[in-house]
Design a protein around this ligand. Structure first.
Ligand code: NAD
Ligand code: AHE
Ligand code: ZN
Length: 376
């Protein structure tokens, strides 16, 4: 069949809207009509050329929601008409990683997914001239129709609105999950969140849900102060305006009459900047502070700290997709949204047509959006 898609033809170039060919689902695969997709900073990261795994031409997008329209042979867990959220972190429930119960990072199809291919090593997308176009993160939600492995879709309730729950496909689950699954934040904790964008604000609402007492937001854009407060931030720090070094400033902020050591119980990097990642580790509490790396850093970037920071009990951790097991956890997060436990609507600041998708990247570059969502 033919479908409309925004194609990343080359790194650093705007996406091009075009008709492309899409082959039907093979064994173990499903075709999904994407109804809505968010634009995540990671799409921008790959389009910019900073992603070591970035390959072109490709159809980007990994934060979608839609309806199953066709299933290939052997598919049993979903059927046409089911509402689904594509999963860039699949859940096969059979691989050593899934069976370990120690990680959400299913490894069943990671090799081919990272090469922009389906598990059989081929692409379902091609140009109208027949040249292959690569998949992206196993999702390619910047296409109106896409094909995914069965293990890479989460079946969700049918009364949930696509234009909101698409955000659960990455940003919401990543932010809230980093707090609940990765850090396992406890009631009364003190936390620092670096970068109050589409991910950081979800970390903040996750901290509020977990019962954190002190939620410090750090951002170089003052417009983010009101955004953070909207979701539970208690203090805002703009590093450019404090006139002193950020780490001791944050440590001081967390001191109490009973604890003059100071430091956050938890910190979260939601910027992808390796200098910020170091600050995030070093502002945590001696003896027990945990810093969670969420941001994705460009090719060649490396993190640094004195090993003494770890010797004295600070822990550096990372998280992908908030530690969530997609087919199991994503339907529950959709329920949390529908029950009013978590907010999504105010974070969706812009609705766009596919033709205007590049405007979503412009808004992100200018720091004017939290999430732009494309409606098909
Ligand atoms: P975003 O562009 O919406 O937000 C980034 C925020 O960081 C902005 O508010 C910006 O002003 C702020 N910022 C930039 N430099 C800063 C600095 N030096 N100090 C403080 N704040 C600074 O991006 P997003 O969609 O929220 O994504 C954030 C990061 O998370 C990206 O690197 C993205 O690739 C990554 N990400 C990771 C996962 C994962 O599973 N690990 C999932 C989604 C996104
Ligand atoms: N390809 C990059 C890394 C990109 C990355 O870390 N992706 C995250 C999800 S970001 C979603 O917005 C992820 O899930 N990582 C685990 C994985 O297996 O990709 C690189 O640096 O090579
Ligand atoms: Zn993302």
């Amino acid at each position: 069949m033919r479908t409309r898609a925004a194609v990343a033809v080359q790194a650093g170039k705007p996406l091009e809207i075009m008709e492309v060919n899409l082959d039907g689902p093979k064994a173990g695969e499903v075709m999904v009509e994407i109804k809505a997709t968010g634009i995540c900073h990671t799409d921008e990261f790959t389009l910019s050329g900073a992603d070591p795994e970035g390959m072109f031409p490709a159809i980007l997008g990994h934060e979608g929601a839609g309806v199953v329209v066709e299933v290939g042979p052997g598919v049993t867990s979903v059927k046409p008409g089911d509402h689904v959220i594509p999963l860039y972190t699949p859940e096969c429930r059979e691989c050593p990683s899934c069976l370990s119960r120690k990680t959400n990072l299913c490894t069943a199809i990671r090799g081919t997914q990272g090469k922009g291919l389906m598990p059989d090593g081929t692409s379902r997308f091609s140009t109208l001239d027949g040249d292959p176009i690569l998949h992206y993160m196993g999702c390619s939600t910047f296409s109106n129709f896409t094909v995914l492995p069965e293990i890479a879709v989460a079946k969700v309730r049918e009364d949930a609105p696509f234009d909101k729950i698409c955000y659960i496909g990455c940003g919401v689950t990543t932010g809230v999950g980093a707090v609940i699954n990765t850090a396992k934040v406890e009631i009364g904790a003190k936390a620092v969140v670096f970068g109050l964008g589409g991910i950081g604000l979800n970390v903040i609402q996750g901290l509020r849900l977990a019962g954190a007492d002190m939620i410090i937001g750090v951002d170089i854009n003052n417009d983010k102060k009101a955004w953070g407060e909207r979701f539970g931030m208690t203090h805002f720090v703009n590093p450019k305006e404090i006139g002193t070094d950020l780490v001791p400033y944050l440590v001081n902020l967390t001191k109490t009459p009973f604890d003059q050591i100071g430091g956050a119980d938890y910190s979260f990097d939601c910027t992808g900047n390796v200098t910020v990642m170091r600050q995030a580790l070093e502002c945590t509490h001696r003896g027990w502070g945990q810093s969670i790396v969420i941001g994705v850093a460009p090719a060649g970037a490396e993190i640094q700290t004195r090993p003494f920071q770890l010797v004295t009990g600070r822990v550096w951790k990372g998280t992908a997709f908030g530690g969530a097991r997609g087919r199991t956890d994503v339907p529950k997060i959709v329920d949390w949204y529908m029950e009013g436990k978590i907010e999504i609507d105010p974070m969706i600041t812009h609705l766009l047509r596919l033709e205007d998708i590049n405007k979503g990247f412009d808004l992100m570059h200018r720091g004017e959006s939290i999430r732009s969502v494309v409606l098909y």
